[in-house]
Ligand binder design. Sequence first.
Ligand SMILES: Nc1ncnc2c1ncn2[C@@H]1O[C@H](COP(=O)(O)OP(=O)(O)OP(=O)(O)O)[C@@H](O)[C@H]1O
Length: 316
Amino acid sequence: MIELEGLTKRYGEKVAVDGLTCTVRPGIVTGFLGPNGAGKSTTMRMMLGLDRPSAGDVRIDGQHYDRLRDPLKYIGALLDAKGMHGGRSAFNHLLCLAQSNGIPRSRVHEVLDTVGLTGVAKKKAKGFSLGMGQRLGIAGALLGDPRILMFDEPVNGLDPEGIHWIRNLMKSLAAQGRTVFVSSHLMSEMALTADHLVVIGQGRLLADTSMADFIAQNSRTYVRVRSPQRERLLDVLHGAGITVVAAGDGALEVDDGKAEHIGELAAEHHLVLHELSPQQASLEEAFMQLTAESVEYHAHTDAPPEQPWGAGWTRS
Ligand SMILES: Nc1ncnc2c1ncn2[C@@H]1O[C@H](COP(=O)(O)OP(=O)(O)OP(=O)(O)O)[C@@H](O)[C@H]1O
């Protein structure tokens, strides 16, 4: 479990993290979301004792990071896959980490095997592709068999097979009862991986809720209906006190409606339906809705959806 209490970080005038209070629980994957510059990396760095909070507190299984003996046995993290000593082989990189944390050499072989790098264990990390670097970083996080795992943008640079692998790895670590905390800008991936979300904007907590509730609370849910007897269907729905919105393509949209109810009404009146589909916004739409006001960096034009924000963006 990771507990944040009023966690705050200031850099001069800039408040990067602003009074965050939340608990990251074991047994589930918790996604950590926020627009660029929201304070995710700073929060994660404070969790790992790499940055000192200006105010507030963060506890790892009840203890401060700097009080943990052999910290890799409590919390493993992938923060910056390129932040390792490139001149060492993958094996030696992990061996150094293991030796400084009282972890046996045999465990290095185990984690190399888990991440699929056994075949390149003797190669220098500086020759690794981004994806291999991510895998090596993940091996380092797993080395101490910790109860808490933290991943900052773990799917960066991974190919579809690698993304699939890390998704399953995170889910299985959570299923073993571990605490899994992961940040990503890839909403479709987060939607498939996380059970719970912590969302921040400009350093402040915007949401701490289950994935399903987050989407339900931050988006419109409606039922889409199409019928060749559109006008009669409209009369029937209006007659039942149901508010209907016309969609551009001739379909009807019923806000907060139950598909079953609409289907039964149509059947009672012998109306043919060509479509009766409950619609829910994607995580990306819900996220954009919630964070619209706290986005610090805007593109000059509409950016394509489903891409990490960043390149070519300017501060507003
Ligand atoms: N060492 C530092 N000195 C000054 N300002 C900093 C420092 N580190 C971070 N910041 C500022 O704090 C804010 C939060 O940064 P942070 O990197 O934590 O955000 P983030 O949510 O991880 O962003 P991204 O999604 O772009 O990685 C930003 O405005 C950033 O410019």
